[in-house]
Ligand binder design. Structure first.
Ligand code: ADP
Ligand code: MG
Length: 208
C-alpha cells in the first residue's frame, strides 16, 4: 500500500508544489500524467523518500517514510521500493550482473545469483549478463533498469517516464513487462509520464 497525504514541496522560498492525495493498494497499477514541469519527478522522488516534503506524509505499508532517519530510509527503500529513474544510470565499468549484485548489496539482502538470472531471463536479457551496461541499446538499458527495480521484490515500484525514450514496439514491451512483473509480485505499480500512449492502459489515473 502506498499513500500520500497533503504532500507539498518547494525548491525555493517563493514557490510551492502541491500534490494530490493518493491511496494505491497492494497490486494496483497507477498512472500519473502531466506536462513537462508539472511536478511528476518531484512527486515520484517524494514518494521514494529521495526528497523530504515541506508538508504532508508518505505511508508505505505501516511505515511513514517521512519519519525515518537517513540510514533507516536508505535501507527501507532498498528493500521495499524499486525505482526506475527517468534516465537509467549504472556503474559503466561493471557488467549487468555486477550492477544488479550491487543493488542487492546496497539493500542488505543476500546476493542471490539465482534471482539475478531469473529476473534477467524474464526480461529477455539473460544473454547480456556479462555485458557492460554502456554497450547496451536504449531499450536494453531500460529493461536492465526495470530488472534492477524489481530485483529485491519491492512492495512498491515507482517508474519515471519509463517509455518516453522508446519507440512504439519497445514502449508496449516495457509497459507489459512492468505490469506483468508487478502482478507477479503483487507490487503496487506507480508510473509518472507525459507519454500519452499510456493513457488508456491504466484504470487508476491522475493528471497533475
Ligand atoms: P516534471 O517531472 O513533471 O517535468 P519536475 O518535478 O521535474 O517536473 O519539476 C517541477 C517543477 O519544479 C518545475 O517547475 C521545475 O522547473 C522545478 N524544479 C525541478 N527541479 C528543480 C530544482 N532542482 N531546483 C529548482 N526547481 C526545480
Ligand atoms: Mg520529470
Amino acid at each position: 500500500m502506498l499513500q500520500s497525504t497533503n504532500l507539498q514541496y518547494s525548491y525555493s522560498a517563493n514557490n510551492a508544489l502541491e500534490f494530490p492525495d493518493i491511496q494505491a493498494n497492494k497490486g494496483e497499477h497507477w498512472l500519473i500524467l502531466g506536462e513537462s514541469g508539472s511536478g511528476k519527478t518531484t512527486f515520484l522522488h517524494l514518494l521514494a523518500g529521495l526528497l523530504t516534503p515541506k508538508k504532508g506524509s508518505v505511508q508505505i505499508g505501516n511505515t511513514d517514510i517521512t519519519k525515518l532517519s537517513g540510514a533507516q530510509l536508505d535501507k527501507f527503500r532498498g528493500q521495499n521500493i524499486g525505482i526506475v529513474f527517468q534516465k537509467p544510470h549504472f556503474v559503466k565499468a561493471l557488467s549487468v550482473r555486477e550492477n544488479l549484485q550491487m543493488a542487492q548489496y546496497l539493500a542488505g539482502v543476500p546476493q542471490e545469483g539465482e534471482r539475478i538470472r531469473t529476473i534477467l531471463d524474464r526480461l529477455n536479457l539473460a544473454h547480456k549478463l556479462k555485458s557492460r551496461t554502456d554497450a547496451l541499446s536504449e531499450g536494453e538499458k531500460q529493461r536492465v533498469a526495470i530488472a534492477r527495480a524489481l530485483l529485491n521484490r519491492p512492495a512498491v515500484i515507482l517508474a519515471d517516464e519509463p517509455t518516453s525514450a522508446l519507440d512504439d514496439t519497445n514502449c508496449e514491451e516495457v509497459i507489459q513487462l512492468l505490469k506483468n512483473e508487478a502482478a507477479e509480485q503483487q507490487s503496487t505499480l506507480f508510473i509518472v509520464t507525459h507519454d500519452q500512449r499510456l493513457k488508456d492502459r491504466f484504470e487508476n489515473r491522475i493528471t497533475l
